[in-house]
Design a protein around this ligand. Structure first.
Ligand code: DC
Length: 229
């Protein structure tokens, strides 16, 4: 399939790292019984594959070729969705900070983004799609009828990330995490192709001092008022 069915509803959830997009997107996909696109996971799998192949992160053509040929599957049979690269479960591996940092670097390359465009649009299947990323509302699904952009201070996102890592018994200092999040923000917001920014018609929610259920409730109220289903 090389087309996108624009009659199928999409809700886009964009925002910076660690803002709670994943949590909100999962909750909305469960609530509506819709498909879920974790576009960051696609960039992360590509980054992992580039690291495995020892590709230079400046070699745009080879990285774009790798992106086109990426053997990537999302296995959604279990409660916890698995991400497979060449049939191997890489769900844990792609969450490493090194992989996230590399994903952010190669995501700045225009040819890489173009190579991944149709793969992302193919997720638009009935009954609907929740699309989580950086440019879902501005580029990939710019015609989406509902767009939400989550934001929060870098400090509060670093605190959340540190708590997540601690709960998984992974050691990291607050300063290291804050530095990594800030560096990723600068790259993702300032790149020339598809920079991280809210779509003009997006609802912006600052989650700095909101609970997960507050964010969910605000989003559901907004979506219901848009009458898209
Ligand atoms: O959401 P995440 O942290 O898993 O994404 C990892 C990186 O991938 C992020 O720093 C930038 C890039 N990315 C992107 O450029 N566009 C997207 N739609 C999703 C992710």
């Amino acid at each position: 399939m090389n087309q996108t069915n624009t009659t199928i509803p999409v809700i886009t959830i964009d925002g910076p790292s660690g803002v709670g997009k994943g949590t909100l997107s999962h909750a909305l996909a469960n609530h509506f019984g819709w498909h879920l696109l974790d576009s960051g996971a696609i960039y992360r799998v590509l980054a992992l594959s580039a690291l495995d192949h020892h590709l230079s992160l400046d070699d745009e053509n080879r990285l774009a070729q790798l992106a086109l040929n990426l053997s990537l599957t999302f296995d959604t049979h279990d409660d916890e969705a698995k991400v497979l690269l060449d049939g191997l479960d890489v769900s844990q591996d792609i969450r490493r900070e090194e992989v996230g940092g590399t994903a952010s670097k190669i995501a700045a390359l225009a040819k890489v983004r173009t190579a991944l465009l149709q793969r992302q649009r193919d997720f638009r299947q009935l009954p609907g799609l929740i699309a989580d990323g950086r440019d879902m509302g501005t580029v990939v699904f710019s015609d989406a009828p509902v767009k939400i952009f989550l934001d929060a201070s870098a400090k509060s996102r670093a605190e959340r990330r540190m708590n997540q890592l601690r709960s998984k018994q992974i050691c990291a200092t607050f300063d290291e995490i804050l530095q990594e999040i800030t560096a990723r923000d600068v790259r993702d917001r300032n790149r020339t192709v598809a920079p991280l920014k809210p779509a003009e018609d997006a609802l912006i929610i600052d989650t700095t001092s909101l609970s997960i259920s507050d964010v969910f409730e605000q989003s559901i109220n907004y979506i219901n008022n848009r009458h898209i289903m």
